[in-house]
Design a protein around this ligand. Structure first.
Ligand code: PMV
Length: 327
């Protein structure tokens, strides 16, 4: 029983890294979701259980106790959701105990926004359980606050896309602008399985930008123009152009040294097997790549990525952000 809510994962289609320097990025919600079930319990404990991570623990006041898995990891993973739950309880003026069960179909730590999807779904489930009429704007604000604990100064892309869904253009200073994209965007996501640190990749780019300003400046301008033309291609459902622009975007990222061998294998395999375009997504240096295909070629491209050593899964754009599945 209890209230079930869900929220989508994301891929960055264009503009990762350049977004750190004020250029726009395009982000897409995908049909992989995190699910949270919330129910009240008679004591004051807030208990979390994540099936996929094999972690369970509870908060009693400020102290955290682990019941399954590594205590340190469990605390790190559950802390943002706990922050969100505390905010909701405060808002509702309640001190009730809660059981929160997390089930997710989003790979963790692969740059697909798994943590933001979990926080948005937990916030919506607990808000509904405690009879708060909580708006999407509030869910976004609370999720962003919670993300700050994990990421320091996140751009806000992940909580925004998990809350609102669809396709968003994001730029520091300007914020988010939804794009009306009518057609399917059939993607194959290839997980290299290689762990990467976003912070390290961002530092690598900064080093390049500092040492080669007159070379990286025109690269930034090119990245900006790629996003402008990709916006037009998305709105007019021009998938072949979108694929070419993905290849161009990847070439720029490769130049900034954020691709690696594991990504190149999968990207080349996808292109050879008939993808319209392929690029790394997110921070690079491992993590995931994306390939744009036609619906007919999805399976074929996924097989090629698997043969090249990646873990493929098919994904489509979803317009649905956070939602209540069951009350
Ligand atoms: O792989 P992710 O989801 O951590 O994406 C990082 C995106 C960057 O542009 C590289 C960094 C950022 O803060 O925008």
């Amino acid at each position: 029983m209890g209230v079930v809510a869900s929220a989508p994962a994301k891929v960055i289609l264009f503009g990762e890294h350049f977004v750190v320097y004020g250029e726009p990025a395009i982000v897409l919600a995908i049909d992989r979701r995190a699910y949270a079930t919330a129910e009240e319990r008679s004591d004051g404990k807030t208990c979390f259980h994540s099936t996929e991570l094999g972690l369970e623990g509870y908060y009693e006041g400020d102290s955290f106790k682990v019941k399954q898995g590594d205590a340190k990891e469990a605390k790190i993973r559950f802390e943002p959701a706990r922050m969100a739950v505390d905010k909701i309880k405060q808002k509702a003026g309640k001190t009730t105990g809660l059981n929160i069960e997390i089930n997710s179909t989003v790979p963790v730590g692969a740059g697909l926004g798994s943590s933001a999807a979990v926080v948005a779904s937990v916030t919506a489930a607990v808000g509904t359980l405690l009879n708060l009429n909580i708006s999407k704007e509030e869910i976004f604000r609370i999720s962003l606050e919670a993300e700050k604990i994990v990421h320091g100064t996140p751009s806000g892309i992940d909580p925004a896309i998990s809350t609102f869904g669809g396709t968003l253009v994001y730029q520091t200073g300007t914020g988010f602008r939804p794009l009306q994209v009518k057609s399917d965007i059939p993607l194959v996501i290839g997980d290299t399985g290689v762990e990467r640190s976003t912070r390290r990749q961002v530092e690598k780019v900064k080093d390049f930008v500092d040492r080669y300003p007159r070379i990286t400046e025109p690269i930034m301008r090119a990245a900006n123009e790629i996003v402008n033309q990709a916006t037009e291609a998305l709105v007019s459902s021009d998938l072949p152009t979108l694929g070419e622009l993905m290849n161009l975007n990847h070439a720029l990222l490769y130049g900034l040294t954020v691709s690696d061998e594991s990504l190149e294998w999968l990207i080349n395999a996808a292109r050879k097997s008939g993808a319209l375009g392929a690029k790394l997504t997110g921070a690079g240096g491992g993590g995931c790549m994306i390939a744009l295909t036609t619906n007919e070629k999805l399976r074929h491209v996924a097989d090629a990525i698997q043969r090249a050593g990646g873990k493929p899964f098919e994904a489509k754009k979803t317009d649905e952000g956070v939602r209540i599945e069951r009350k």
